[in-house]
Design a protein around this ligand. Structure first.
Ligand code: URA
Length: 273
């Protein structure tokens, strides 16, 4: 007999790691969708993703493969991700319900409720700065009472995350006139991501990862052959030439009236480090 959400099942979900959670979802029997599914579809992508996409529920192909958005709507989603400068490896993609509603009907309220603890746990584990809702059912979780036709492409802060309401990619397949609207909405996504970075401080762990990444990037700049040559050719400042009260000729200390050295432009990015 399966464990219900009220007798300890929900406690197990609330503390599960991502791999435990995926295993729980794959064997879940909390609603009738478990009786008709081929495979449950937990979700996939980077478990530390900055941006999490939430669709409606698996369709025919997703049910067969156990992976989200692998059919035609998935192909369009891939295009939309690339418009936003993202891909399936750096984002996380999941659905409101993890099993296919038969015949691709809308998920029912009891099915959404039964599956909700899984989505909550995924959000807690991934802790994305930005959540993108794809379609009405995930929109309802973050923008209750709103209409997708009125708020598509807009964002709102909900519980410390930037939530962006998007049309479901399938809407662009069924209604060709919407496809360009959806593309235009996805073009705004990098701006929302940047706003979220400014608004929400990184966790200590993330800050450490970013410092480590920037350290690697710095080393690449230093050891990149062209840059290294410039650095090696730089004349050693000779202490004896520097008269008392005279500034040493180090980058960034030049006479303000002098035209900038052409090379400075090429390596302006170094100032970032
Ligand atoms: N539509 C969805 O909402 N999710 C999928 O995974 C595939 C199609």
């Amino acid at each position: 007999m399966h464990e219900s959400m009220t007798d300890g099942g929900s406690a197990r979900v609330a503390t599960a790691s991502m791999s435990e959670l995926e295993a729980q979802i794959r064997t879940c029997q909390l609603c009738k969708l478990s009786k008709t599914r081929t495979r449950a579809v937990p979700g996939e992508g980077d478990v530390h993703a900055e941006v999490m996409f939430i669709g409606e529920g698996p369709g025919f192909n997703e049910d067969k493969q156990g992976r989200p958005f692998v059919g035609q709507a998935g192909s369009f989603l891939n295009e939309l991700l690339s418009i936003a400068g993202l891909d399936r490896q750096t984002a996380y993609i999941t659905n409101v319900v993890k099993c296919r509603p038969p015949g691709n009907r809308d998920p029912e309220p009891e099915e959404i409720t039964a599956c909700a603890p899984y989505l909550e746990r995924q959000m807690a584990l991934i802790n994305p700065r930005v959540i993108v809702t794809l379609g009405r059912f995930s929109m309802a979780r973050f923008f209750p009472g709103e209409k997708i036709s009125q708020i598509h492409g807009t964002a709102r802060v909900v519980n410390g995350r930037m939530c962006v309401a998007m049309y479901h990619p399938a809407a662009g397949l069924h209604q060709a006139s919407l496809a360009d609207t959806i593309r235009a909405d996805f073009r705004k996504l990098p701006v929302y991501v940047e706003q979220a970075r400014i608004m929400f401080q990184p966790s200590a762990e993330e800050a450490e990862e970013r410092v480590a990444a920037s350290e690697l990037a710095r080393e690449e700049v230093i050891y990149e052959p062209q840059t290294a040559a410039v650095l090696d050719d730089a004349p050693e400042p000779e202490a004896k030439d520097v008269q008392e009260g005279e500034a040493a000729a180090t980058p960034g200390n030049e006479d303000e009236n002098e035209p900038p050295d052409e090379k400075d432009g090429d390596y302006g990015q170094l100032t970032f480090f």
